[in-house]
Design a protein around this ligand. Sequence first.
Ligand code: MN
Ligand code: FE
Length: 361
Amino acid sequence: MEKRYQIGNKTFVLDEEKAVDAYAAKKVINGRQTMTFNLLPLKYQWAYDLYRKMKANHWEPEDIPMQKDVEQWQSQYELSEGERWIIMMGIGYFSAAEGIVGDNILHVVRELVTAPELKLVLGRHAHEENIHADSLLYMISSLGINPHECEAMFEQIPTILKKNEFVSEISRSMRRDMDLSQTESKQEFAKNIFVFGQCMEGTQFYGLFGMILSLYRQNKFPGIGQMFRYTLRDESNHIEVFRNLLMDLVEENPDVWTTEFREDLRALMGEAVELEKEFIRDCLPVNAVGLTAEEFCQYVDYISARRMEGVGLKPLIEDVANPFPWLAEMMDIKKEQNFFEGRVTEYQKASSLTMVSDDEL
Ligand code: MN
Ligand code: FE
């Protein structure tokens, strides 16, 4: 029997029996391995939907004007030393971090998942890390910062080094042919997904995001601030990709989710939060953006609690208030007016096609 499947504005006719088999063979891990990118029938609808949403948010660094940022950077009076330091730390840290995330997707996560729609969204995720890395190059070249000075930052500043080591180790330990039939190795993989999605992109990125957007709110570095707002919008999708990936992995492999393992994940988040707080104190040795290091540390506790709840884990600290309610508003750029001569809006129109699931047909 034949059955119609609709995806976006396209309709496909599949042999029902074969489609049922192909669907059943799709798994987060240990599913059917195939070189043909057989997206149909879709099993992980969220992955396809997120792929389209991510594509609709496409942006290019060069579309963002940097004149004002350059003027401020070159002026001797407009900025404090503390404000310059935050920009240097932001560029220094993210130059390394974006690369580490992209590398882990390509060499670990995208390698180990088996369902094609998961590989599809992870390919886009890795590409967005390339865009972010490119946006940092654009900032470095616009401001005339010595790239070697930036590189030196992630080799010589201990709090950056420690944050990078924390995630790189988890990524490195997975680069071998892994037999994912064992609970222990499945847990290693789940740990990687949790650390990269919820601890790193989900929590450790937010200290600097908050600081740079605080500057932006005071009309300092409007171009850099804009790029970080777009980056942040992308990151929120990346966190969602990894959150769904973890949830589905656990659902299909309940042996992973032991009490002990959940405690291990809580401990890893605890470590990530501590590293982030040390890093925040390095970024804000003095009160530089009109906000204190303590407030940013509280913000990180608040964000970390949201991430833990998102994956069904008990937060490290419950009932932490968000010290920066204005930040949520600044992160929400959905309602923003045309920024690059309407380009973002156009992309969104093109891909906001309706999705009809097969039971509706
Ligand atoms: Mn990124
Ligand atoms: Fe990311």
